[in-house]
Design a protein around this ligand. Structure first.
Ligand SMILES: Cc1ncc(C[n+]2csc(CCOP(=O)(O)OP(=O)(O)O)c2C)c(N)n1
Length: 278
């Protein structure tokens, strides 16, 4: 990594890697990558101060397309890896990136408990309401009547998972929704999310143009929530009762202090080595 220009402010372009994304043309994840790099530039962070952790899926390729540190992990386990990293290296800004299948199905249990534990992380979920990488199966956020997958030709018939409501109920300290089609607006949400202590969850509508081409219409459906964020979880919950799934903006700012490991839990590397010595 080139750190010679560390004192220079970095532009969004500086946060892009030399790898060309393999995402399909029109994939919403391009907009998310653009927003992440704009946000890192706006935050004035150096590349070595940032780590982006992901699971598996098209969206989880995002870390490789940035020049920050990254870890492309195991399906559904990104939050666990990220929490470990943040506790071991609290000075790092740790972002977590993934999809709706990764985060709400396979990693669903980690999602709830990461919100509850409130480690200082920013979790970006690119929700395309489908398993993109494995060719279009229904995901937890797929509408029950969607008949686009051969595995569920008559729809799933199951009510979708409601990410914002689950995040709120589980205790996430910052909750927002953004849209990949508005990288500047999304970048602002990400900056806000990173600056807010504790577990910040940003639900991102990010269309899959290959398996859900009808999502190209999301641009016309997305709109500002038009209300000020609240610090009252009861009020935030009430707002979610009338949410149509397309309102963007910050829903909730919590004031719980982030999880910090008790000092007694910290061991030196030498002590760990001694404990495992044979
Ligand atoms: C434990 C485990 N289960 C299943 C898979 C197969 N798998 C790889 S990517 C993927 C779908 C990812 O979907 P999503 O998280 O929505 O991301 P997208 O590709 O749509 O961005 C699945 C099921 C896997 N790699 N590991």
């Amino acid at each position: 990594m080139d750190t010679t220009a560390a004192a220079e402010p970095l532009t969004a372009k500086d946060y892009k890697s030399d790898y060309k994304p393999v995402w399909c043309p029109g994939c919403g994840d391009f907009g998310v990558l653009s927003a992440v790099t704009k946000a890192l530039s706006a935050l004035g962070l150096r590349r070595e101060e940032v780590a982006i952790i992901s699971g598996i899926g098209c969206s989880s390729r995002l870390p490789a397309y940035t020049s920050a540190y990254g870890f492309h992990g195991v399906h559904g386990r990104a939050l666990a890896v990220a929490a470990g990293l943040k506790l071991a290296r609290p000075e790092l800004t740790v972002l977590v990136a993934g999809g709706d299948g990764d985060g709400f199905s396979i990693g669903g249990n980690h999602f709830m408990h990461a919100c509850r534990r409130n480690v200082d992380l920013t979790y970006l979920v690119m929700d395309n309401q489908v398993y993109g990488m494995t060719k279009g199966q229904a995901s937890p956020t797929t509408a029950p009547e969607w008949e686009g997958s051969k595995l569920t030709p008559h729809g799933t018939g199951i009510n979708p998972f409601v990410p914002l409501a689950v995040a709120l109920a589980a205790g996430a300290n910052f909750i927002a929704r953004g849209f990949s089609g508005d990288p500047n607006g999304l970048a602002k949400l990400i900056v806000d999310a990173v600056r807010h202590p504790g577990l910040s969850f940003v639900h991102i509508l990010s269309p899959c143009t290959t398996y859900r081409p009808e999502q190209k219409d999301w641009k016309a459906l997305v709109g500002d929530a038009g209300v000020e964020p609240t610090t009252d979880p009861g009020r935030a919950g009430k707002r979610l009762m009338s949410d149509d799934g397309f309102r963007v903006g910050v829903l909730y700012y919590g004031n719980r202090p982030p999880y910090a490991e008790p000092p007694a839990a910290r061991s030196s590397l030498e002590a760990i080595e001694q404990a495992f010595a044979v």
